[in-house]
Design a protein around this ligand. Structure first.
Ligand SMILES: Nc1ncnc2c1ncn2[C@@H]1O[C@H](COP(=O)(O)OP(=O)(O)O)[C@@H](O)[C@H]1O
Ligand SMILES: O=C(O)C1=C[C@@H](OP(=O)(O)O)[C@@H](O)[C@H](O)C1
Ligand SMILES: [Mg+2]
Length: 181
């Protein structure tokens, strides 16, 4: 299979659901953020502090280019991956892209106690999430082959919804393109 790429906002469950999906499919799981941490030896907040968001985005693009060349892999992206145009083309071409669409109120509840997401360390994180959602939702939709509503079910339910969606997608896809006469 080609690589499977999970996209969506911070707190959508990409890391949690991606791990479980890979386990079920018996393929490697890679979290883009974790791979960057492993390579640099420092945390995401530290990268933002030293290199700014711009520096982080460069590392993210490099890592996505590498990971998306592996055929049997589930990749959990960081929520901002779609903000770099090159990533959007790369993901859509090389993988099957699944958007976990979760409402901002749920995203806020899931991320409010976490200090590891530099973009949410602001006075009003709830408002920030709403703004980011408004900006990014159209980009996620543009890139996704499959959209899964992820606000209600637990991670196991999400995995089943993704598997069902992928099966439907595979049935829709014509096996071969008919030749023009
Ligand atoms: N479907 C879900 N239902 C409830 N909690 C979830 C679900 N998916 C993820 N979480 C929780 O939400 C938080 C953020 O999940 P995470 O996988 O890190 O999201 P992402 O990688 O998309 O930012 C974690 O505490 C995780 O346990
Ligand atoms: O939305 C974003 O811009 C980011 C999301 C984070 O990943 P998660 O989506 O896994 O939280 C991480 O890549 C970084 O803090 C930036
Ligand atoms: Mg994550």
């Amino acid at each position: 299979m080609s690589c499977l790429i999970l996209i969506g906002m911070m707190g959508a469950g990409k890391t949690t659901v991606g791990k479980e999906l890979a386990r079920r499919r018996k393929v490697r799981f890679a979290d883009c953020d974790q791979e960057i941490i492993a390579r640099t030896g420092v945390s995401i907040p530290t990268i933002f502090e030293i290199e700014g968001e711009e520096g982080f985005r460069r590392r993210e693009t490099q890592m996505m280019d590498e990971l998306s060349q592996e055929p049997d892999i589930v990749i959990a992206t960081g929520g901002g991956v779609v903000t770099t145009p090159a990533n959007r083309g790369l993901m859509r071409e090389r993988g099957v892209v699944v958007y976990l669409d979760v409402p901002p109120a749920v995203l806020y509840e899931r991320t409010r106690h976490d200090r590891n997401r530099p973009l949410l360390q602001v006075d009003n994180p709830r408002q920030r999430i709403e703004e980011l959602y408004r900006q990014r939702d159209p980009l996620y939709r543009e890139v996704a082959h499959l959209i899964v509503e992820g606000g209600r079910g637990n991670p196991g339910t999400m995995v089943r919804m993704i598997e069902n969606g992928l099966q439907k997608l595979a049935r829709q896809k014509p096996k071969s393109t008919p030749c023009e006469p």
